[in-house]
Design a protein around this ligand. Structure first.
Ligand SMILES: [Fe+2]
Ligand SMILES: [Fe+2]
Length: 171
């Protein structure tokens, strides 16, 4: 494989690994706060899928000897805090957080799919991308858009998520 392609592959695996890790941190923060609410079942289902996504990228990290991002501890703190904070604002705000994140991740995965030529990796990312977009739909169905201050909350989270993607590719 030529150097440019290898670099792209390494970067793609690093950033996806970081994203799936962050997703689990967010959901675990939300679970902690919303454990007695009916919405918990949806959160658990989505988190279980994220765990499968993370397992896959953990495997890819080893297979391609990718260095994980140095920012994992930062994503742990920020992801968990974001999960807790949105859940404290209520179930709808927690869903607004999911809708915003999954929209950005969906776009990120679609862009990657168009650039990758590794069949197996591409296939798995396509499957994950569909699941992320399903999470977004679940969030919308559970009234994400009715959260107080939805537009501002959503735009702050999207900007944060895009910044996290940018940084996780770099370092
Ligand atoms: Fe995921
Ligand atoms: Fe997701």
């Amino acid at each position: 494989m030529d150097k440019l392609k290898e670099d792209f592959l390494q970067q793609a695996i690093r950033v996806n690994h970081a994203g799936e890790y962050g997703a689990i941190c967010i959901y675990s923060g939300q679970k902690f706060v919303l454990k007695n609410k009916p919405i918990i079942n949806e959160i658990i289902k989505m988190e279980q899928q994220e765990k499968k996504h993370l397992d896959y990228f953990n495997h890819k990290i080893r297979e391609h000897k990718v260095r994980p991002t140095v920012l994992l501890p930062v994503w742990y703190v920020l992801g968990t805090s974001l999960g807790i904070a949105t859940a404290i604002m209520g179930g709808k705000a927690a869903m607004a957080c999911t809708a915003a994140i999954e929209e950005v991740i969906g776009e990120h995965y679609k862009e990657q799919i168009s650039q990758l030529d590794d069949g197996e990796l591409k296939e798995n990312i396509s499957k994950f991308c569909d699941e992320e977009l399903e999470h977004k739909e679940i969030a919308i169905e559970h009234e994400a858009e009715n959260a107080l201050g939805y537009h501002i909350l959503s735009s702050i989270i999207k900007t944060g998520c895009k910044t996290a993607i940018y940084l996780s590719k770099l370092i």
